[in-house]
Design a binder for this molecule. Sequence first.
Ligand code: PMP
Ligand code: GLU
Length: 395
Amino acid sequence: MAQQLSIRIKSLPVSQTLSMAAKARELKSQGIDIISLSLGEPDFNTPDFIKEAAKRAIDENYNSYTPVDGYLETREAVCRKFRRDNNLIYTPDQIVVSTGAKQALANVAMVLLNPGDEALLPAPYWVSYEAIIKLCEAVPVPISTDIAQGFKITPQQLEAAITPKTKLVFLNSPSNPSGAVYSQAELRALADVLVKYPDIYVISDEIYEHILYEGKAFSMAAFADMYERTITVNGLSKAFAMTGWRLGYIGAPKWIAQACTKMQGQITSGTNCITQRAAIIALDAPVSKIQYMIDEFKERRDLVFNLLNEMEGFIVEKSAGAFYFFPDISYYFGKTLQGHLIRNATDFSNYLLEKAHVATVTGDAFGAPKCLRLSFATSKALLIEALKRIKAVLA
Ligand code: PMP
Ligand code: GLU
């Protein structure tokens, strides 16, 4: 029988972060000693105080369908978190709890974007933004940055990218993949442009806010004149080492939150009951409870930065947040390594996988074709070994 998949799915790219992780897993299962620096996933276990809350929820028989937008108690905990960490005042009817920040982002894009609308995407950007925009039949408009500008867009670049069709701007600070963090002043300068265009909305993805080594994270919605047109996205995956638990959320103007709830009600219903109960405890925890993970990430960052600096042909910026390095490796383009011609970052990443048995993600996936993403969410011993192997196959 003919396979008649929709144009929508046929034109959707596979998530390259997830597919590289799957490839690494498969090679490992074949007995090959692969070190995966591909996935942005904390290697810690979920803290015990959160696991205990989940166990209690099971024993207390939290097993039914949950309200589509999340338990009131969970949304109240989100409000307390926003007030405490971000200086943001939301009421529970402005919060929607979703199955990961990924679903939260997809909801927002789907309820705001019409076919043909343009969504501005500071590049490098996280892989799924572009795919989600395309699923909405909208047009991703990348705004390119490079390492020399710290991978941050300028107000001039933002303004130059705006057209009458612009509907959304994606901001992600700290950034996956670049690790760049916008200061309050830098965000203010971007806001000064946006206030001139009242029909443009901002998605501020703040999922890495706690994985921060320098500077201070600031929320776009904390500017009074941006509050009504900013959707703040966050989740438990990164800060609490809870990637598999699947919980993300938004704080947004009420009409956007209501629309997201309507969307979610037809697609997934409310998020997992056990995760939502555990989330209350996680969201109410002071940052000091997860500081040990942040401290460890910081030590790894410093270690990897020093090792990358020793690598011939790598131009690297020290990440201020998140757990990635995003070096420019274009020095290798056109060179032949052990008989392999390196034409681009994808060839380079494949070469490292094949010869060094180290999995990375090509910069092409993030709209930055000269770069390569390495995640340092893995142990120091493995990081040292991975970089030793990379150095050896580049010699
Ligand atoms: N935003 C960014 C920038 C990310 O790196 C991730 C990582 N998966 C997500 C959103 C989605 O996170 P999750 O769906 O696990 O909450
Ligand atoms: N966000 C993580 C990454 O970029 C997890 C994978 C994904 O969801 O894309 O590696």
